[in-house]
Design a protein around this ligand. Structure first.
Ligand SMILES: Cc1cc2nc3c(=O)[nH]c(=O)nc-3n(C[C@H](O)[C@H](O)[C@H](O)COP(=O)(O)OP(=O)(O)OC[C@H]3O[C@@H](n4cnc5c(N)ncnc54)[C@H](O)[C@@H]3O)c2cc1C
Ligand SMILES: NC(=O)c1ccc[n+]([C@@H]2O[C@H](COP(=O)([O-])OP(=O)(O)OC[C@H]3O[C@@H](n4cnc5c(N)ncnc54)[C@H](O)[C@@H]3O)[C@@H](O)[C@H]2O)c1
Length: 458
């Protein structure tokens, strides 16, 4: 029995069915979850046309208009969310042999879930994949005015004349750029010295530069102190005494696991906290091997692809444990999510794009690794052909004791598709001396791999 029919819950259920079990998927809103309707899909649909226009402008000879057509962009976005109708996903689930149960699921006891006045009992396991909810910081007045969360920012029906964005994380930078390119006057408020502060320092610097070039006002080192409504605008008072006023205020200050109202207290866990689990997804602190968690709700790596990876392991391990006999849960077996610890890839879909996997140099040092860091501008034949004035940077973090990569970061136009090569190198612990023999094709942006290895000394 799976509580939460987002991308993660769907995948847990599908794998369990594939493993020979029956599966019920309890969903209280739309099957497909946040990702399909208010997160990954609509946000990328809003960003992509602006990137295509910017890319075309960097190539003399390509006829381009001077601005996007917002109505067409929003209409295409709507088609990617299936107009917020989940019948296609419900049909997919039913076709995969999953029983969809509409309603709010709560843990009601060992292997039991209540949905309204129905009590459902699972034969083998209950999996919680309820995702996450936006975190609103305790700023004076924030509850008294209408603000945007990522939901409004991804589903808005028209372009606001002006938008203030509080928070320089991934949602903040992506939505600031999307709406700026669609014509809004955007101010991004970042509490640290740069956006995306958890990434390599050059990431935030280059992304901020890209935003400024798009006309975004990027304010760093300031936080929100108070919010009020003045003359039909939202006014945000900042820690340096200044104010920002805009038609809309997007609060993009992070998310928290959705565990507040799902009955976890009944099994001795803390509502509102992540459901900490082992690498097979078993929730820690609950006996009997019946309660699992996957996706945003476990706080391990709040990304769709990583949650779906956990889902495949959880669905498979539940089926394997149901069959009985020995179950291999050693690191890197198909039944565990080993990559969550130090090999998580992520793309930030801004222009310049950001793509990284594994540890930053700072994280590797904190983890006690003896590392060498190689930094390069992305300036190869492939990049110069790709766009006039191509601007990008790459960093590779090498564990010197094992001579393998433990982290790679790329920033630049269209680097997303480079990322999987880095992920394969990190997950596969490919020695740099062998990586040398993975020859990048000429002339592609991948040539940066050769330059990185040369700069390392090969
Ligand atoms: C604006 C934005 C953009 C993003 N872009 C990307 C991206 O480009 N790439 C990426 O990898 N990640 C992205 N993410 C993160 C991604 O959306 C999440 O990691 C992903 O949705 C997690 O999937 P999930 O199934 O764990 O949770 P969710 O997608 O949140 O699904 C949880 C489901 O559970 C349901 N539910 C919750 N509680 C109950 C209950 N008690 N009973 C029944 N149903 C319940 C919810 O209605 C929901 O359908 C983005 C996030 C945001 C906010
Ligand atoms: N492309 C992608 O993969 C993608 C896109 C969007 C979101 N996501 C995921 O969704 C989740 C949520 O994203 P998010 O950007 O909301 O969270 P986040 O945690 O990435 O960023 C939140 C930012 O807000 C800042 N902040 C917190 N309180 C603040 C305050 N009072 N004033 C100013 N700044 C404040 C934090 O310092 C942080 O930098 C993340 O896990 C993210 O990885 C992924």
């Amino acid at each position: 029995m799976v509580i939460g029919g987002g991308p993660v819950g769907e995948n847990v259920a599908a794998r369990a069915v594939r493993g020979g079990l029956t599966a019920a998927l309890v969903e209280h809103e739309l099957v497909g979850g946040e990702c399909s309707y208010w997160a990954c899909m609509p946000s990328k649909a809003l960003l992509r046309p602006g990137h295509a226009l910017a890319a075309a402008r960097r190539l003399p000879g390509v006829p381009v208009g001077d601005r996007l057509d917002p109505a067409a962009v929003l209409a295409r976005r709507d088609s990617f969310t299936s107009h917020w109708d989940d019948s296609g996903q419900v049909s997919w689930a039913e076709g995969a042999g999953i029983t969809v149960v509409r309603g709010h699921g709560r843990i009601a006891g060992e292997r039991q879930v209540s949905v309204g006045d129905r009590l459902l009992t699972a034969r083998h396991a209950v999996v919680v994949s309820t995702g996450s909810v936006p975190f609103t910081p305790p700023i004076e007045g924030i509850d008294t005015v209408r603000t945007w969360s990522s939901r409004e920012a991804t589903s808005a029906k028209s372009v606001p004349t002006s938008l203030a964005v509080l928070g320089g994380g991934v949602v903040g930078v992506e939505m600031a750029q999307a709406w700026a390119r669609l014509g809004a006057e955007v101010t991004l408020v970042v509490s640290q010295d740069r956006p995306l502060p958890r990434q390599e320092p050059f990431v935030g610097e280059l992304v901020a530069q890209g935003l400024v070039e798009d006309g975004v006002r990027v304010l760093t080192g300031v936080s929100g102190q108070a919010v009020s409504q003045v003359d039909g605008q939202v006014r945000l008072a900042l820690s340096d005494g200044s104010t920002v006023s805009a038609q809309e205020l997007l609060v993009a200050t992070g998310r928290r696991p959705a565990t507040a109202d799902i009955g976890v207290d009944l099994v001795g866990l803390n509502p509102g906290s992540p459901l900490t689990c082992d690498d097979t997804g078993l929730v820690e602190g609950v006996d009997g091997q019946w309660l699992y968690a996957a996706g945003d709700v476990n706080g391990r790596a709040p990304l769709t692809h990583q949650g779906k990876y956990q889902a495949r392991a959880v669905g498979d391990v539940i089926a394997a444990r149901a069959r009985g006999g020995a179950v291999d849960t050693s690191p890197w077996s198909p039944l565990v999510s080993t990559a969550d610890h130090a090999a998580v890839p992520q793309v930030v879909f801004t222009d310049p794009e950001v793509a990284f996997v594994g540890r930053t140099a700072e994280q590797a040092a904190k983890d006690g690794l003896r590392t060498r860091v190689v930094d390069l501008d992305i300036a190869v034949a492939g990049s110069s052909l790709h766009a006039d004035g191509y601007r990008g940077k790459a960093r590779m973090v090498v564990d010197e004791d094992r001579r393998v990569l433990v982290g790679v970061t790329f920033v630049g136009q269209d680097v997303a598709e480079l990322l999987h090569s880095a992920t394969v190198a990190v997950v596969g612990a490919v020695p740099v001396d062998r990586l040398w023999h993975a020859v990048p094709s000429y002339p592609t942006i991948s040539e940066v791999w050769l330059r990185l290895l040369e700069a390392y000394g090969l």
